[in-house]
Design a protein around this ligand. Structure first.
Ligand code: SF4
Length: 230
């Protein structure tokens, strides 16, 4: 099985009743500003090339962002911040992400999340996080031949992803390393970096500044062997 097959299988998942109901209700009721959109309303697969050496792991799709557009971090303010930074350092072809057919390309980079369906209040339950982990394990296993570095955005993604790295065959230290912005951990052939999430709560308050975000992304790109622009 290849990554395209996996992405396709993910979009048909209905394993979490609460999240299936929520993602579909949001897709039906919509936000007024997007009334003329046909919402995606399904699980969102990873985005980016199958031979990526760098991976970014977020939290879960936003109700009116990726749950509307069907692509990771596309169509919401968090994505605006992330893609602008990726474009600035040369890892994305354009600074904006508005729809799945907007022409955006990622260079050597893939973006995914440990929970694939938009959760109410952006808060998946521990059970939902654990149920969705098998998709991430499969994705990591397929990326493993080329993957060299990972940036995890936020503590939720960090805690959700560490067991997935172990299940995909990397060495996760015991006790498990705690999340922190700028934290760097070697998993034996894979460098893991912590970064505050690009949520509005963090970017509007200055907890995560543009320079902080670019700093972590640049360091991780270097560890992945990807060239970045100055
Ligand atoms: S959150 Fe993950 S496991 Fe749950 S329904 Fe969505 S894709 Fe399936």
């Amino acid at each position: 099985m290849n990554l395209s097959d996996l992405d396709h299988r993910i979009t048909g998942c209905r394993a979490c009743p609460r999240l299936v109901a929520w993602r579909e209700e949001v897709a039906r009721t919509k936000r007024a500003a997007f009334a003329d959109w046909t919402y995606w309303g399904r699980p969102v697969p990873g985005f980016g090339p199958a031979d990526a050496s760098l991976l970014i792991i977020g939290l879960a799709p936003a109700a009116h962002g990726a749950n509307r557009t069907g692509r990771m971090f596309t169509g919401d303010r968090s994505g605006d911040v992330l893609y602008e930074a990726l474009y600035d350092i040369g890892l994305a072809s354009q600074p904006t992400a508005v729809s799945a057919d907007d022409g955006l390309e990622l260079y050597g980079l893939r973006i995914t999340s440990p929970v694939r369906c938009a959760p109410p209040a952006n808060k998946p339950t521990p059970e939902e996080r654990d149920t969705c982990r098998s998709w991430l394990v499969e994705e990591l296993t397929l990326l493993r031949p080329t993957l060299r570095a990972v940036v995890v955005l936020g503590a939720f993604g960090w805690q959700a992803a560490l067991p997935a790295f172990a299940a995909a065959g990397w060495q996760v230290p015991r006790p498990r390393p705690a999340f922190g912005h700028g934290t760097q951990v070697s998993l034996g052939g894979l460098d893991l970096f912590g970064c505050f999430h690009v949520s509005q709560r963090n970017t509007f308050t200055g907890k995560l500044t543009p320079a902080m975000l670019r700093g972590v992304l640049r360091t991780a790109a270097g560890a992945a062997g990807l060239p970045t622009t100055p």
